[in-house]
Design a protein around this ligand. Sequence first.
Ligand SMILES: NC(=O)c1ccc[n+]([C@@H]2O[C@H](COP(=O)([O-])OP(=O)(O)OC[C@H]3O[C@@H](n4cnc5c(N)ncnc54)[C@H](O)[C@@H]3O)[C@@H](O)[C@H]2O)c1
Length: 442
Amino acid sequence: MEKDLSRRDFLKNAGLIGLGAGTLLSSVPWMSALAQENTSKTVGEKVRIGIIGPGSRGRFLMNFIKKNSKAEIVALCDIYQPSIDEALKIAPKAKVYDDYRKLLEDKNIDAVFITTPLYLHYPMAMDALDAGKDLYLEKSMAYNVAQCFDLYQKYKSTGRIFFVGQQRLFDPRYLKAMEMIHEGRFGEIQAVRTFWFRNGSWRNKVSDPSLERLRNWRLYKEYSRGLLTELGGHLLQVGTWAMQKLPEQVMGAGGITFWKDGREVWDNVSCIFSMDDGRRITYESVISNKFYGLEEQIMGNLGTVEPEKGMYYYESGTKDGSPAKPAPGFMQMMTDVQNRIFEKLPFAGTSWEPEVAKDVKGNYIMGEDYKITTDGTQEAINAFIESVITQKQPERIAEECYYASAMVLLGYDAVEQGKILTFPHEYRLNYLNHKHQAKQTL
Ligand SMILES: NC(=O)c1ccc[n+]([C@@H]2O[C@H](COP(=O)([O-])OP(=O)(O)OC[C@H]3O[C@@H](n4cnc5c(N)ncnc54)[C@H](O)[C@@H]3O)[C@@H](O)[C@H]2O)c1
């Protein structure tokens, strides 16, 4: 009962109740799995779940799975004993495997969560779908675009339930923000500027050097595509969701500029994803300065949305989005000082004459009293469990997840090759503005 109430609260917060299901669910159809008329029908059911790779993320997800009374963690598989030991504290009765293929043969398992390092996603996910398991795969989907496409085809041909860990798709702030964006409240979205800045090495301490690559897989190209696949995919997915359009091309640059500790993946990377009409989504990460944090700045001609902060701003600072007045330079400067953009005040700068003031305060996407209690992960897992029980794959979720991964992987290739790359037609799905075209064979 309590769980039903909290789910109801979530739907209410996300604006799903009271809107008329049709309006909202048509633009975010994956949320239908959580609609009360569906969840009430699955009460009393139990999904038996196996976890492959219960490391840091896997155990985080296990705690959410445990909160859902319609699921039970029955099996674990890892090759690193400390991960198993920690996971058993969460699911003490789970059967333990040291080979994921054996776990997949277990007929008492309905669905698996794969939370292993990136390079293992493709082989493990393909085997899981072939073994008839429903699959929640952590992001990114695979190690390169071709693998993502192959895996998507496998999902289609096996007809299993397939989610990838893009939890923003279920985060109330993002759902509400997208509803407002798609209503046109901020005009036409012209650009989405995304960034994720941290200040940290991204390195696990390793006592035994033989464990270096297992524990620090993120830092080596053989296992990881670095910041693009670890962070960038979340942000790019928000950009394409806001624009309801997929990019055609990507270019970028990256380097190891600070953490010169033997790692192989960039600690400083930027990409520009461009649409056929010239609009763009940019992505940037640096992990030696965290001042600007994490955000997706969704910019329309009438306003801006920052879903991570939970804020939106109209261009003029007025509610109706009427034309902005030029701001005196001093006002702009004070605004920037309030936003801590400057450390020193540039009083003498005569050439510094900004055109438009920024509305510092903005408006709250979810209302002023909203407390962030979820980033969408619990709801993503609940939706997956509901889908496994009903055996109904929610519309568009696999496609959103596919493009979040495939696009950043193409970005990786563009940076690596130092080229502008066009999204290959043979790896396009028939989704939004993209059309699949089989590769021409000679
Ligand atoms: N959605 C998100 O916001 C989010 C957040 C963090 C991590 N992730 C993703 O989760 C995945 C795991 O990341 P993590 O931080 O938990 O890494 P981790 O290194 O902590 O965990 C990976 C686990 O997989 C195990 N493993 C390695 N090889 C294995 C094999 N052959 N068989 C079975 N187990 C094996 C490791 O021993 C470890 O326990 C990554 O793909 C990462 O991108 C997603």
